[in-house]
Design a protein around this ligand. Structure first.
Ligand SMILES: O=C(NCCCCc1cc2ccncc2s1)c1cc(-c2ccc(F)cc2)cc(O)c1O
Ligand SMILES: [Mg+2]
Length: 214
């Protein structure tokens, strides 16, 4: 039977990356997506902006919405301090299966918890299920029309604290207009746009970094 793109991406990692070396896993995926098949990873250009925000925030608890094949999960986890943890939500079980194997190849299983299911159902359960108090960093990279409702849900569930950082992918392409309008106009956020390009292309895209003011 025909393989899927995530399966081919995983094979490229297993063929070209060194076990236990997260940066080689990131490199192998970027090479695969540039030379063989485009895939919706945050990519190398926006990935550098992600790296700089993670390094600046130095988060202990991270929530990622939208795991896909685990590219940004590995990228973030490789920069975290020893006891820090990422909870990453993925709706598609096939993607989650591939992501777990990519994460294992990078040797980062201990820092990452892949949770399957819709964000709208899991966010209200974060405290009781995972003992989370608040998130220091949230990386939004899932359905673009869920960014705003899930941000409001995070607020309502008390999962954000003064200084929590929201970092959103794809605010231009495919675009998240209602989310952008909210974080840029709400008195509860201080927002900043990092102009870049859609992964592996020349199209404009960017990341929006928003600090929750409490
Ligand atoms: O849809 C994208 N990403 C979300 C996939 C949806 C997966 C979900 C995860 C989850 C977890 C919990 N609850 C619900 C959900 S739904 C996406 C799409 C493009 C793109 C850009 C130009 C194109 F021409 C074609 C695609 C680029 C990107 O960087 C993306 O991130
Ligand atoms: Mg994205």
């Amino acid at each position: 039977t025909q393989s899927t793109r995530p399966q081919r991406l995983l094979h490229a990692v297993q063929k070209n990356a060194t076990r236990g070396d997260p940066r080689s896993v990131v490199k192998a995926i970027d090479n695969f997506c540039r030379q063989k098949e485009w895939a919706m990873n945050v990519g190398d250009e926006k990935g550098c902006i992600l790296d700089s925000v993670v390094s600046e925030v130095n988060p202990v608890t991270v929530l990622e919405l939208g795991t896909y094949c685990g590219y940004s999960t590995v990228r973030i986890a490789s920069l975290l301090p020893p006891r820090a943890k990422i909870i990453t939500l993925e709706f598609n079980p096939d993607y989650a299966k591939i992501a777990r194997q990519v994460i294992a190849w990078a040797g980062l299983e201990d820092k990452i918890q892949v949770v399957e299911g819709p964000s709208g159902e899991w966010i209200p359960k974060m405290k009781e299920q995972f003992g989370v108090k608040t998130f220091d960093l949230v990386f939004l990279d899932h359905w673009k029309d869920r960014y705003l409702p899930d941000t409001k849900l995070l607020e309502d569930c008390g999962l954000l604290r003064k200084g929590s950082i929201l970092l959103a992918d794809n605010v231009i392409c495919p675009g998240t207009p209602d989310y952008l309008e909210y974080v840029r106009n709400s008195p509860r956020y201080k927002s900043q746009y990092f102009k870049s390009h859609l992964e592996y292309t020349k199209a404009e895209d960017g990341l929006e970094k928003s600090v929750f003011l409490g």
